[in-house]
Design a protein around this ligand. Structure first.
Ligand code: AMP
Ligand code: TRP
Length: 327
């Protein structure tokens, strides 16, 4: 049986790129023959400075987003990363089997640290090892993520194989599950860069919690390409990206959309896209607001999730420690 694991950082907004690259797959997978675990990765979030009160709220907010988007706690396990402390212990063991050189090659670290290597946290450098610990602790077979996390799954595989080769079979080696069409949603303000919550302007992304008028305004202002045709093409990165978003939320194929908008101009297309996004997000936002008004219920679900995972986390850790000669 497949075991699916993935996580999202509680670091502010969750955007439509997160939804199309990751959460949409989370919901689809729970309806297949698979055991699904979805985490709120708060320990990853503290690799960069956080305001404690905002972090607490963002943790509940990601839980509410999961549920509002259709992750069903009856079918999937939802929990907060730091509620299962075994991951930190496994992380240390994995650290001792990971090379500095491997971590130095990580694109996300290079991008996040920039020129600033001397004053970013050691946690930011070590981020992929904590992610490997998440995946390996729960004996994951498949990891649904967006394209930007592919390299982190590759290093997870390398660490797992290295330890298996040295000590005998300890870890399940996981596979990435990346949806080609929606693996990398680009910024509305710059279709050459991925949509990111850390973007310098909120015009980069559509947050799942954006008000309808904000969504309309952001899509109206989105960068377009030269020409006037509504067509996906390599020389039309902006329109291609908007078509990908449209397709992802409506279920219509890009070809169908191209046909539907044949002869129409950018402004008609954008206005229909905005209405489609608003229609798609309205029920999600209603559910989200209801859930956020009952934080105790959310906490119960998260506590139950962490408790359910205790046996498997403890078992993996005991096995690993025994294999490598600890205790
Ligand atoms: P994060 O917000 O970094 O915790 O990312 C949560 C999930 O969303 C991960 O699986 C990412 O790969 C995915 N993701 C983030 N940004 C994008 C994007 N622009 N397009 C597609 N997937 C994304
Ligand atoms: N690093 C991932 C991101 O920023 C989040 C994450 C943490 C994750 N642990 C994970 C994703 C384990 C998949 C599996 O998007």
């Amino acid at each position: 049986m497949k075991r699916i694991f993935s996580g999202i950082q509680p670091s502010g907004v969750v955007h439509i790129g997160n939804y199309l690259g990751a959460i949409k797959q989370f919901v689809e997978l729970q309806n297949q023959d698979a055991e699904c675990i979805y985490c709120i990765v708060d320990l990853h979030t503290i690799t960069v400075p956080q305001d404690p009160e905002a972090l607490k709220k963002n943790i509940l907010s990601v839980a509410a987003i999961y549920l509002a988007c259709g992750v069903d706690p009856e079918k999937s396990t939802i929990f907060v990363q730091s509620h299962r402390p075994e991951v930190a212990e496994l992380s240390w063991i994995l650290n001792c089997h990971t090379y500095m050189g491997e971590l130095e090659r990580m694109a996300q670290f290079k991008e996040k640290a920039g020129e600033n290597r001397k004053s970013v946290s050691a946690g930011l450098f070590d981020y992929p090892v904590l992610m490997a610990a998440d995946i390996l602790l729960y004996r994951t077979t498949d990891v649904p993520v967006g394209e930007d996390q592919k390299q982190h799954i590759e290093i997870t595989r390398d660490i797992a194989e290295r330890i298996n080769n040295k000590y005998g079979q300890v870890f399940t080696v996981p596979n990435p599950l990346i949806k080609k069409e929606t693996a990398r949603i680009m910024g509305l303000d710059d279709p050459k860069k991925k949509m990111a919550k850390s973007a310098s302007t909120a015009f980069n992304y559509i947050a799942l919690t954006d008000e309808p008028d904000v969504i309309r305004d952001k899509i109206k202002r989105a960068v377009t390409d030269s020409g006037s045709e509504i067509k996906a093409a390599s020389d039309k990165p902006a329109i291609s990206n908007l078509l990908t978003i449209f397709s992802g939320i409506s279920g219509k194929s890009i070809a169908e959309l191209e046909q539907e908008f044949e002869g129409k101009n950018y402004s008609e297309f954008k206005s229909d896209l905005a209405e489609a996004v608003v229609r798609f997000l309205t029920p999600i936002q209603k559910k989200y607001n209801e859930l956020m008004s009952e934080p105790e219920k959310l906490r119960e679900i998260l506590n139950a999730g962490a408790k359910k995972l205790e046996p498997i986390a403890k078992k993996t850790l005991i096995e690993v420690k025994s294999k490598i000669g600890l205790g």
